[in-house]
Design a protein around this ligand. Structure first.
Ligand code: M6R
Length: 366
């Protein structure tokens, strides 16, 4: 049942504090160390990997993009993230020194399953991050880490994504710890921040009424751009997918620095540009991107951390303020308002929402 919500999508958005808590439970100890009783991988095996490939489709692929940034920062190894339908036909460079991480909510996506098989045939060790227990991908992978999102009914994925991120963060911290890259105190500090996320997501959910109002106006936009750099670019990709699938408004994500290499030509009144500025090192660069947009009369919405004083609020049409954590973990807090924005724009336009046209929850055809 929809538990009093108009749609499953909205219900599932609101379940995220709980599903994040459930995905952390049993994986973090009282002393804030990461535990994965389900993993059979030894320390020697972990040290033997010289690269990581991450393979998935859609939203799960976007979770993989976040993980790439995190793992490269933390593990200092090359991490490649591929769309499963590309990976499987590209004769990928994978061998017994590769850890292949396969991400899938359903565990049944045809291309993702085929990519898992391809990685295995080539000798990689496979680790699947899956939501549906006993699904094909879970059964065929060497190692499985379950997300505890519970059943996700809405075709547009929300709670599966944030729990995938949690599982992927934990895997990174676990590997870093096993390899002695991070000491127990540092790991504990990060785990403490992960444990604070459910309450922070609950805070973000309180922006609902504000976002609903904003959505009324934005639903008249002809097109959207979502801009970010680094982790924010990964989140922008997911935000654009959410909006297009439930509202049917054209939306695309761009690495913010790419705008002036072409897409800026499309910015004009009626086009809304959502700028993510949650990454400290890239903050000033994002502010100049905001100026590029408003100078061309595009509508600008900025997403910033609470307490951010750097943004001249007169320079944008709206500002969404979200709680702050380590830059690495900001994607969890940044996507939630975007899920709500997509939902409320779709609602304002009277879309189906839970079952968008042309789409299926699980893509079991190739
Ligand atoms: O079940 P999976 O995670 O393998 O599904 C992958 C994609 O089909 C899925 O994330 C799709 O992109 C969603 N509709 C996005 O909201």
């Amino acid at each position: 049942s929809k538990g009093g919500y108009d749609h499953f999508m909205l219900k599932e958005i609101h379940e995220q504090p709980q599903t994040i808590r459930d995905t952390l439970r049993g994986r973090v100890s009282d002393t804030n160390q990461v535990m994965f009783p389900e993993l059979k991988l030894s320390r020697e095996q972990l040290l033997n990997f010289n690269r990581i490939v991450i393979v998935a489709c859609g939203t799960a692929y976007h979770a993989g993009m976040v993980a790439k940034h995190f793992y490269e920062a933390l593990l200092r190894r090359p991490v490649e993230v591929s769309v499963a339908s590309e990976f499987r036909y590209s004769d990928p460079i994978v061998d017994q020194h590769t850890l292949a991480i396969i991400i899938s909510q359903s565990g049944e996506t045809a291309d993702t399953l085929a990519a898992l098989r391809e990685a295995k045939v080539k000798g990689a060790t496979t680790l699947a991050v899956v939501n549906v227990v006993g699904s094909s991908i879970a059964r065929e992978s060497d190692e499985v880490i379950y997300t505890y999102a519970g059943p996700e009914i809405s075709v547009a994925s929300t709670k599966a994504y944030t729990t995938q991120l949690i599982a992927l963060y934990l895997v990174g911290l676990y590997i870093a710890e096993q390899e002695n890259r991070l000491g127990p105190t540092v790991v504990a500090g990060y785990v403490e921040l992960l444990k604070a996320l459910p309450a922070q997501v609950a805070q973000v959910l309180k922006l609902g009424p504000e976002i609903k109002e904003l959505a009324q106006g934005l639903s008249k936009s002809s097109s959207f751009f979502f801009l970010g750099r680094g982790f924010d670019y990964a989140v922008a990709m997911e935000a654009a997918l959410k909006l297009k699938e439930v509202s049917y408004i054209h939306a695309e994500a761009y690495a913010a620095g790419e705008m002036k290499h072409g897409p800026l030509a499309l910015v004009e009144p009626g086009v809304t540009v959502v700028c993510f500025a949650t990454q400290s090192a890239l903050y000033d660069k994002m502010l100049s991107n905001v100026k590029e947009i408003t100078a061309r009369d595009g509508g600008a919405v900025a997403l910033v951390k609470d307490g951010d004083e750097g943004l001249d609020t007169r320079s944008v049409d709206s500002v969404l303020r979200i709680p702050s954590t380590h830059d690495w973990f900001m994607p969890i807090l940044a996507i939630v308002p975007m899920q709500m924005l997509a939902y409320y724009i779709a609602a304002a336009l009277g879309r189906e929402i839970d079952q968008p046209r042309n789409l299926a929850k699980s893509v079991t055809v190739e």
